[in-house]
Design a protein around this ligand. Sequence first.
Ligand code: G6P
Ligand code: MN
Length: 438
Amino acid sequence: PFILSIAGGGSTYTPGIVKSLMVRLTDFPIAEIRLYDIDSQRQDVIAPVVEKVIRDHSDNIKFTVTDDPETAFNGAHFVFAQMRVGQYAMREQDEKIPLRHGVVGQETCGPGGLAYGLRTILPMVELIDFVEKYSDNAWIVNYSNPAAIVAEGVRRLRPNAKVLNICDMPVAAMRNMAAVLGVDRHDLDVDYFGLNHFGWFSSIRVKGEEKLPQLREHIAKFGLLTEDAAQTDPQHSDPSWVKTWRNIQPLMDAFPEYIPNPYLQYYLMANDIVEHQDPEYTRANEVMDGREKRLFEAARVYKETGILPDAFHVGVHGAFIVDVACSLAFDLRQRHLVIVENKGAITGLPFDAMVEVPAYITAHGPEPIRIGDIPRFHQALLEQQLASEQLLVEATLEGSYEKALQAFTLNKTVPSVVHAKKILDDMIEENKAYWPEL
Ligand code: G6P
Ligand code: MN
């Protein structure tokens, strides 16, 4: 049985991930779960809820809560990482500062994502170093955002680290596609290419039969959503997520062969997004007033009454990271969409770009499939986004204001260098406690 540590234990996602682990104990046996967070106050509120989830399934699993890296990672076999540097207070800034200048305000797309990247790269590397120092050669399965930038930062600074960067967005899209087709998401066999939060499904097969045209028809009418999928996932049935899934209809015309990742709307429909965003109340506010409040309230009720209200969601987010860990642990060679070094998988992109493609997940890591050539249009979009992300990483490592400004300017959500500079300068002010000096 494995010792598994969750870095970012105080996240409101933790109970859902642990619940996913508990329903899979026969596939992925666990001796101990450790929660690790630098914010022990927050983690101490979440921990009793997590312990209850564990005890509902097993009396034998040891449970440890700590803010000490040695205690967290000593002898660990797996680490699930989900840090949020600066927490929701800084997510709120990431979203609101660009909006003040009429630019998309989003957690990972646009200037918000770049700012979040500048905060996260170095703490992520610090976490990797702790894990390497104390663990039993553990795999780090990493959800920490902004995943594209984090992956590139880690590749540059710790190229040999055992880190697999993942994202649940394509899986959530697959869950919705499966609902449209009336099958289980595990029955879908997909081709996909791009960067994290910036890519396209190019084939969706069920038992060898191509379903992409049928799905495109559905999306053109209703977006990538069904009642069913919305009901099984309260997070994604929040109004803003419903809009995100519906709003991709206009994108479809630009990509007649494919199904775009919904996040592309932030880059390709930026005006429309800004028009409908409330600069005073963004997704960070929704999450703080919704998901966060519900779970903290449930933790309070549980502490007082011993009864845990139904307050957290177990969905694809938790299930996916457990799928990936199982495949790594037991060399299952399951095919999953993950973030890997390109190494020729997408012919037209640099060899060392961190791309998101299907890979067979073996005990030694991901073996990506070969995508080959991609259309000129998609390639150009990817090159621009890649340049923005890579310049941001270089800005972080070199402390370069010029490169940060170039990264912001190249980002397709940003209309001009003037916007880029104003946003960057405001962000430098707000991120003083987190960013390296530029
Ligand atoms: C998807 C993305 C994540 C992102 C999350 C935000 O799951 O893949 O990278 O963090 O959405 O969701 P939220 O409900 O916090 O806005
Ligand atoms: Mn993601």
